[in-house]
Write a protein that binds this ligand. Structure first.
Ligand code: HEM
Length: 309
């Protein structure tokens, strides 16, 4: 009898069935590029967390923007996931990451649901009929996933990585100098505002315009995002990223990220791994089970791509 593979391996194997296996590429968010800049905290977060990069002086950052698919050939002229993975370089030489996407909520709440979802998507693809019978079956069994799929269906075509809002979706727990805990969710807001392409504009764009657009934009001047943290009420769910918190929760402005240009070595940065569990003192994981799955799945993907698989 063959032992069952660990769940993160099953997840990545199934993701490869959906988007194909593209040697050397990430199994999600395959195409992207990295940029350099600075994050400057406002100081507002200091009441809630001791995290150095959110409370002290400016810190250098590296940001990887990406398309959501594991297929690096997917065109930018289609709606879909776009990612912003931010690495903060702390003064003590350590690093910490915040990883966001352009979705208001996540598709599932648990690792098992994620495996069921990717299996349904893979089965629809294998059936090859163009219908979504397995996905519809999944949604019927998991009604909490329906709002995220509705949001996906309404997604536009981002005009620029710099005109898209990104959310980290999971709750993280801030800890202050007194040991008090506060659950938060992060949102990056583009200072340029959110802009999508119209269908007509998309027809005239190069299929892979996003990186070139951003490089040209940076040549004209820096591009900024403000980082916001929504503060949870103790009654808000922290273990379920399919559920948004009520609109009236307080939000603080944590700081401003200003990007100035491309990293010097794109190949070096393409090979790195950004990880939502890569935290620092003053920030802890919540009881959301997904970041731990993501940590393992990202390692599986990293091992494969770094071996040229
Ligand atoms: C259980 C759910 C998830 C699974 C299994 C999963 C899986 C993956 C995998 C395998 C990679 C490639 C990792 C690598 O090779 O470095 C990846 C990358 C990525 N994921 Fe996820 N993901 C999940 C949820 C999420 C969520 C909730 C977000 C956003 C909040 C997200 C955003 C991203 C981004 C932006 C990248 C690219 C990171 C980079 O630029 O290096 N993912 N994901």
């Amino acid at each position: 009898m063959t032992a069952e593979l660990p769940l993160p391996v099953q997840v990545v194997d199934t993701m490869e069935q959906i988007d194909g296996r593209h040697p050397g590429y990430r199994r999600a968010h395959a195409r992207g590029a990295c940029f350099t800049g600075t994050f400057t905290p406002t100081g507002e977060a200091a009441k809630y967390t001791t995290a150095a990069h959110l409370t002290g002086g400016p810190v250098p950052v590296t940001v990887r923007y990406s398309n959501g698919s594991g297929n690096p050939a997917v065109p930018d002229t289609q709606p879909g996931g776009r990612g912003m993975a931010t690495r903060f370089h702390l003064a003590d030489g350590s690093v910490t990451d915040v990883i966001g996407v352009n979705l208001p909520r996540f598709l599932v709440a648990t690792p098992e649901q994620f495996l069921d979802l990717v299996r349904a998507l893979a089965a629809d693809k294998a059936a090859g009929k163009g219908d979504q019978a397995h996905l519809q079956g999944f949604l019927a069994a998991h009604p909490d996933s329906v709002p995220a799929f509705q949001a996906l269906g309404l997604m536009g075509i981002p005009a620029s990585f710099g005109t898209t809002a990104y959310r980290a979706l999971h709750a993280f727990v801030w800890v202050n100098a007194d040991g008090d805990q506060q659950a938060v969710r992060y949102r990056w807001a583009p200072v340029l505002g959110e802009q999508n392409l119209t269908a007509d504009q998309a027809v005239n764009e190069d299929q892979q315009f996003l990186v070139g657009e951003f490089v040209s934009r940076l040549a004209e001047g820096p591009v900024s995002f403000t980082l916001h943290a929504t503060l949870a009420d103790p009654s808000d769910p922290t273990n379920d990223a399919t559920k948004v918190w009520p609109d009236d929760r307080p939000e603080i402005e944590v700081g401003t990220l200003t990007l100035t240009g491309e990293v010097e070595d794109q190949d070096h940065w393409a090979a790195q791994i950004f990880d939502p569990t890569n935290l620092t003192a003053g920030i802890e994981l919540s009881d959301d089970p997904l970041p731990r799955l993501r940590h393992s799945a990202y390692s599986v993907s990293y091992d494969r791509r770094s071996q040229g698989e």
